[in-house]
Design a protein around this ligand. Sequence first.
Ligand SMILES: NC(=O)c1ccc[n+]([C@@H]2O[C@H](COP(=O)([O-])OP(=O)(O)OC[C@H]3O[C@@H](n4cnc5c(N)ncnc54)[C@H](OP(=O)(O)O)[C@@H]3O)[C@@H](O)[C@H]2O)c1
Length: 296
Amino acid sequence: MKAILVTGGNGQLGTELQRCAWPAGYEVVAIDVADLDLTDTAAIAAKVAEREWAAVINGAAYTAVDKAESDLVTAWAVNAMAPAAFGKACAEAGIPLVQVSTDYVFAGDKQGAWEVDDPVAPLGVYGASKLGGELAVRTSGARHVIVRTAWVVSAHGNNFVKTMLRVGAERDTLTVVEDQHGTPTSAADLADALMQITVRLVEDADAPTGTFHFSNAGPTTWAGFAREIFVQSAARGGAQAEVQGIPTSDYPTPATRPANSLLSHAAIGKAYGIQPRAWQDALGDILDELIGANKA
Ligand SMILES: NC(=O)c1ccc[n+]([C@@H]2O[C@H](COP(=O)([O-])OP(=O)(O)OC[C@H]3O[C@@H](n4cnc5c(N)ncnc54)[C@H](OP(=O)(O)O)[C@@H]3O)[C@@H](O)[C@H]2O)c1
C-alpha cells in the first residue's frame, strides 16, 4: 500500500481527505494533535521516519486567526516551524510534501483575483506564520506543492455555514460583512484536488511542483454567502433569516482580514487540469449533508 500521512485529521480538510475516493493501493493515515503535537519538531521528524510513506499532506494549522494575534509563538510553531520540520524530513525521506496555505498571505488590496506569484504582504500573525510555512517548505529541498485556499467550509467542525445556520435559527435578521470579497471553498472539493495532486506527485517524478490556488468558483462577499446559505437552507426546510450587509468597520476583530481574497485558478488549471465548480453547487452538497436534500 502507498501510505499518505495526513495531519489535521480531525479538522475540516483532514476529515474530507479521509472520505475521498483514493485510487486502489492508497491508504490514508490521518493523525491529529493527540497522535503528534506539531509544536514538537523532533516528533515530526520521528513520525516521517517511522515508516515508508508515499507522501505527506500537512493539512493541520493554527487556524484561530484572532487568537493568533496574541498567541504568536504557538501560531508560528504550528504554521511555520512544523512545515519546516516536515520539509526537512520529507527531503531526507525523498517523498513529496503537500502544504496547505491561505489567502491571508495577501494584503487583499488587489482588484481581481490573486495570481500565485502576486506579491505577498500578510496583515496579521496568522497570515505571516502561514507565509513562514510556505517559505520553509520552498527552501527545504523537499519536492513540494503548496496550495493556498480560502473561506473553507464543510459539514464538520466550526465554519461560516454552520454558524449562519445556528444563528439563523435563533434570529430573524443577521448583520454580515459585505465589503470583504472572496469565494467559499468546500473542504470536500479541496480534498479532492489535493488527492489528485498527491497521487500525481507519487506516481510521476515530473509532476508539476510549486504554488497553486484552489477555492470554488465565482465571487461573492460574506453577506452574499450568508444570503445564499439561507436561500438554500429554506429550500430544504432549514433555518432562514434576512441578511443585512454591514461594512467591516462595524465588525471589528483583533486580526485584520483581507478585503479581497479572490484566488485565481489559472495555475492549478494549467498544471493539473483542475477546474473548481461553482461555490453555490458545493454549498448545496454541504447543506444536503447538514439539513437534507432540497425539497423545492
Ligand atoms: N478554514 C479556513 O477558512 C481556511 C482558509 C484558508 C486556508 N486554510 C488552511 O487550510 C488548512 C485546513 O484548514 P481547516 O479548515 O481544515 O482547519 P481546522 O478545521 O481548524 O483544522 C485544523 C487542524 O489542525 C490541528 N492542529 C492545530 N494545532 C495542532 C497541533 N499543535 N498539533 C497537531 N494538530 C494541530 C487541529 O487539531 P485540533 O482540532 O485537535 O486542535 C485541527 O484538526 C489549514 O492549513 C489552514 O491554514 C483554512
